[in-house]
Design a protein around this ligand. Structure first.
Ligand code: SME
Length: 173
């Protein structure tokens, strides 16, 4: 079962930001993440806190969450905020699977331009653009991928990639 197109009362459509406004929002969000997670070790706690703070500061974050490595070639949903997320994703499927396979950030300006069900998995039909960032542990092993969806096209760019890669490395690497 996947999310319906109708947005539940607690979820709003995305609002895109200019690169300047994005940088300002990320500076605030990263400060809040680092202040709240100082000295924290628990992985799930860190993931849940990152989701909450980023969704608070970035208005185009519609679905935000982590898919954790749960097997040799398998991801399983972890902490997230948003509509119902698919439970398991094989490394051979979707934007998340590609990020896990290649261990490289994936920027998707228009998810509808991808082959549905293979190159993109639409947990929510409202998803229109996406960024997925691999999350490595201190030994450089793939721990999870960090997935963000927007209901608008072109929400994500190199500013998101830069801030997310640095922050996720600082918190989990
Ligand atoms: N769109 C992702 C699947 C996860 S849902 O967006 C939460 C993908 O294609 O891998």
């Amino acid at each position: 079962m996947s999310a319906s197109a109708e947005m539940p009362y607690f979820i709003k459509p995305s609002v895109n930001l200019s690169q300047e406004d994005k940088r300002e929002a990320y500076e605030q969000a990263v400060m809040a993440i680092e202040a709240n997670l100082e000295g924290e070790e628990a992985t799930i706690l860190k993931m849940a806190t990152i989701n909450c703070i980023l969704k608070t500061y970035l208005p185009y974050y519609y679905w935000v969450g982590f898919y954790l490595v749960s097997g040799p070639e398998r991801l399983s949903v972890g902490p997230y905020q948003g509509t119902l997320g698919c439970l398991h994703i094989d490394f051979s499927k979707g934007v998340c699977g590609k990020a896990a396979r290649e261990r490289k950030t994936q920027l998707v300006p228009d998810t509808h331009a991808l082959a549905q069900g293979t190159d993109h998995i639409a947990c929510d039909p409202n998803s229109r653009s996406e960024i997925v960032v691999p999350v490595l542990d201190p030994q450089g092993k793939l721990l999870a991928v960090f997935d963000v969806d927007s209901t608008l096209e072109n929400s994500f760019d190199e500013v998101d990639q830069q801030y997310l890669e640095i922050m996720l490395h600082r918190v989990f690497g």
